[in-house]
Ligand binder design. Sequence first.
Ligand SMILES: Nc1nc2c(ncn2[C@@H]2O[C@H](COP(=O)(O)OP(=O)(O)OP(=O)(O)O)[C@@H](O)[C@H]2O)c(=O)[nH]1
Ligand SMILES: [Mg+2]
Length: 357
Amino acid sequence: MRLAIVGALGAGKTTLFRAFTGQTGPQGDAAPSGAGPAVAVVKVRDPRLETLRERWNPRKYTPIAVTVQDFPGIPDRGETSGMKLGELLAAAREADGLIVCVRAFECDSYPYKRAAPDPLREAEDVVDELAFADLDQAVRRIEKLEKKRGNMTDDEKREHAALVRVRSALEEGRAVKSVEIPEADKKLLRGFRFLTDKPWVLAVSMPDDGGDATVAEKVQGPFEARIALRARLEAEVSELEPDDRAAFMKDLGIESLASESLLRAAFTALGTISFFTSGEDEVRAWPIPRGANAVEAAGKIHSDLARGFIRAEVYSYDDFVAAGLDEAAVKKAGKFRVEGREYVVRDGDVVNIRFSV
Ligand SMILES: Nc1nc2c(ncn2[C@@H]2O[C@H](COP(=O)(O)OP(=O)(O)OP(=O)(O)O)[C@@H](O)[C@H]2O)c(=O)[nH]1
Ligand SMILES: [Mg+2]
């Protein structure tokens, strides 16, 4: 699963990336954008999984990992960035979801064209730029198909019709994901990887001393989630040794890291849920698409488990907590379930697959 951090020049993207990763990226702090996107694999913190770890004290502990990419800034027209705009957008198209970073802080050391932050306008510009890129793609393809006139195949006719709807949505300022397209025709559009068809999470980067966090709710755009956060402080926190973090956070009055909530929000926006496997060997979280059944979940763990699937033993994380983190008590409470292949796995299920190959 890949998330791309995009936004205007100097929006605070690299700082947000540092907050996620605890690493200073190759694109230095105050330096303008470097070459391509910096990439890091980030573990998604899940307090439920941490509770399971405390309970089982396992030899191995494996949270879900996502790949985060720190993109160069999207240049204003006439400005330069480390990548050409077209290359940048093409690379962003490969991501599964976008984190759109918008600046609400002031910073003297960065060569902004306008020093004063204007998050609403900045977000609007980014949304327009990405939507325009989608429109451009749709229009080009429509023109190409229309040159064929009577020689379009049936699939091409359906693709054309779907693209015409995409085009009108974009022209009206709506995102591709808002267009209702029959499931069968969606396949024909999949190759375009439209930017406004992806899940988007808004990250408003706030000044260190806070400021009005409600600005995040006022930002317009096709966002599935909106978060305001003090990314620079959070970057400093995540660069500390784990032991020093708690004290530093307490000093700053930060209870939990918004960058972690942001990652979870992105994860949810992608339509992904987590189930857990637990025991003394390993405590692990697994990502699956919402709606996946028990066999599909088993297959995520290992193809043998799907092939030889017999049954899934399941209890919910919440029931486990309610039973004092005791499996015997879960059974006694009647919350330990034996499920078949078709069972739709829920977020927070603790699963044990019985199989034979
Ligand atoms: N006060 C404050 N300053 C920040 C914050 N985030 C970033 N900055 C500063 O703003 C400047 C630009 O931040 P970056 O994170 O490099 O921005 P960027 O979006 O990666 O910039 P480009 O890659 O050049 O587009 C740096 O000097 C940061 O220290 C923040 O949350 N608060
Ligand atoms: Mg940067």
